[in-house]
Ligand binder design. Structure first.
Ligand code: ADP
Ligand code: MG
Length: 253
């Protein structure tokens, strides 16, 4: 039996007269990597930010590890990790100092070394955030989500704009976080990524969830309708060429 760690029931969110989220319901199971997919404007970030306690909902019920969003916001904040927008804030501080600063905000003992090790940024401990490459910045922001040892981590498009190597590197990091028992909720526009990484996905469109299942099951369902992809004549694609030529090693600025 799967243990439900997040339960969303009939969630609605309006901005003025515009209904961005139109009554969605879904569960996230403990220990899974759950993907929220959908075109720009589908309502993914709105949904995540409501669960993260950062945005008010219009209506609906949300439970996070049994805690009710309406009454237990502070408790919920303690068990979740949310990516902080670190860029531009404290340009003079290095990574260790930034982690220590955030630890203080969370009322947590500083363990910058351990966190930087986890995201493979020990070498950059004395560097400033602005000196990091795109992939390193993303890894650092993921490290900041782990400061309070959360049970659930929310990642909103963590791999957007990264090169193929950095993207794969981040997949390993996310799998690593999950292997320690942390539940991960992620949004992405890369379908290969969702297929590789996510145990289950929900596809949102115009404020509604239009499908929810494992990637494998969703693909099988489509094939069963008689869908056929135009014949694939080659057994590799351009991404395979790119990775083959440039290697899997991550590039560090
Ligand atoms: P996604 O993350 O799936 O791209 P968002 O949740 O960011 O979608 O946005 C959903 C819809 O709500 C979009 O049409 C967006 O323009 C609108 N929206 C998001 N935030 C606001 C806001 N603060 N005020 C008004 N409209 C907003
Ligand atoms: Mg978004």
């Amino acid at each position: 039996m799967q243990h439900t760690i997040i339960s969303v029931r009939d969630l609605k969110k309006s901005y003025g007269t515009f209904e961005a989220v139109k009554g969605i319901s879904f569960d996230v199971y403990e220990g899974e990597i759950f993907g929220l997919l959908g075109p720009n404007g589908a309502g993914k970030s709105t949904t995540l930010e409501i669960i993260e306690t950062l945005r008010d909902k219009t209506s609906g019920e949300i439970l996070v590890n049994g805690l009710n969003l309406d009454t237990d916001k502070e408790q919920i904040k303690k068990i979740i990790g949310v990516q902080l927008q670190t860029s531009g804030y404290y340009p003079g501080l290095n990574l260790v100092e930034l982690v220590d600063l955030f630890s203080g905000l969370y009322n947590q003992p500083a363990r910058a070394k351990e966190l930087l090790h986890l995201v493979n940024l020990e070498d950059k401990a004395k560097s400033k955030y602005k000196e990091l490459s795109g992939g390193q910045k993303q890894r650092f922001s993921i490290a900041t989500t782990l400061i309070n040892k959360p049970q659930i981590v929310f990642l909103d498009e963590p791999t957007t704009g990264l090169d193929p190597q950095a993207r794969r590197n981040l997949w390993d990091l996310i799998r690593d976080i999950r292997s320690k028992g942390t539940t991960v909720i992620i949004t992405t526009h890369y379908m290969d990524e969702a297929e590789q990484l996510c145990d289950r996905i929900a596809i949102m469109d115009e404020g509604k969830i239009i499908a929810i299942d494992s990637p494998d099951k969703l693909i099988d369902d489509l094939v069963e309708t008689g869908f056929e992809r135009p014949k694939q004549v080659k057994s590799a694609n351009l991404e395979d060429v790119f990775i083959h030529l440039t290697g899997k090693e991550i590039r560090e600025a």
